[in-house]
Design a protein around this ligand. Structure first.
Ligand SMILES: Cc1cc2nc3c(=O)[nH]c(=O)nc-3n(C[C@H](O)[C@H](O)[C@H](O)COP(=O)(O)O)c2cc1C
Length: 263
């Protein structure tokens, strides 16, 4: 991969000895980084993993303690075992969720966001063992859990997904690991006091990223008081929206599309 060119005032050393060139600008990347759950059958090379994990570990954390650790599981025996453990958990979680949220026997039109999501999720959990890379972001605790401790691990997870996007890869953050927590700890030697904070899958997308859809900016951003949007809270032209929560059964709501999540 070509190395990124150092901008004004930035030496190659400041980029950690050279990183691959981005395929997309920062703002364009972060407004088009969707949860990607279908992957091509190709490995993620070490050079790409290095850049992605470098970016992830540049994330902020309280007092810069850097309590994040990442178990990067590609194709070794433990990787295969961890994918199997989480795959089993994912299938159980999705089976239960698809029942309670009415995705099974979905009567929505096949092309509707809801039906496409159901198909994507089923394929995702059915093929979990084949995901190219599974990453377990972990938080090493130094005190009892606090309401803000996640802010010292989840920004690193988003950095990771954005860096993957920048290099033409894609991923999804999931919490499927929770149902297999005890087995994962034993398998991978995760010490007590360390929280396995998620399970991220990564690979070359089988489809496209496309623009992220959310509620209109004015519904999400307030100014002087709660519920009152500032005058500048206006979405860019041609922004597509979606309601909060899973897509509706009619598909008439602008749903999150086939890559949208169960989480
Ligand atoms: C806290 C959290 C938990 C999530 N858990 C899961 C999960 O268990 N399984 C899954 O497939 N996606 C999960 N997701 C991904 C979300 O479903 C996804 O980010 C959301 O639907 C938005 O998708 P989009 O960015 O493609 O629009 C989770 C995301 C977050 C932030």
């Amino acid at each position: 991969m070509p190395e990124v060119e150092a901008g004004p005032g930035a030496s190659p050393q400041e980029f950690g000895g050279g990183l691959p060139a981005d395929t997309i600008g920062l703002l364009a990347g972060l407004t088009t980084t969707r949860a990607i759950r279908r992957y091509r059958d190709e490995p993620v090379p070490a050079e790409a993993l290095r850049a992605i994990l470098f970016a992830a570990t540049r994330a902020p954390s309280g007092s810069n303690r850097q309590p994040f650790r990442f178990l990067v599981l590609s194709d070794g025996p433990n990787a295969q075992a961890a994918k199997k453990l989480i795959g089993v958990a994912a299938r159980q979680v999705w089976q239960s969720k698809s029942r309670t949220d009415g995705y099974d026997g979905v009567d929505a039109p096949p092309a509707s966001p809801r039906a496409r999501l159901a198909r994507t999720m089923q394929h995702y959990v059915d093929t979990f063992e084949q995901v190219p890379v599974l990453i377990l972001p972990c938080l090493v605790r130094y005190r009892e859990p606090t309401p803000t401790e996640g802010a010292s691990i989840y920004p690193a997870c988003q950095n990771l997904l954005l860096a993957a996007r920048a290099l033409g890869y894609g991923g999804a953050f999931t919490s499927f690991n929770l149902a297999a927590d005890a087995q994962l700890r034993v398998l991978l030697g995760v010490p007590d006091g360390t929280f396995i904070a998620g399970a991220i899958t990564l690979g070359r997308p089988a489809g496209n990223h496309g623009p992220v859809r959310r509620r209109p900016l004015a519904e999400l951003v307030y100014g002087e008081s709660w519920g009152e949007a500032p005058a500048w809270a206006v979405d860019p032209p041609a922004t597509a929206f979606t309601a909060a929560g899973p897509p509706t059964s009619t598909g008439s709501e602008p749903g999150s599309g086939p890559e949208a999540g169960s989480g």
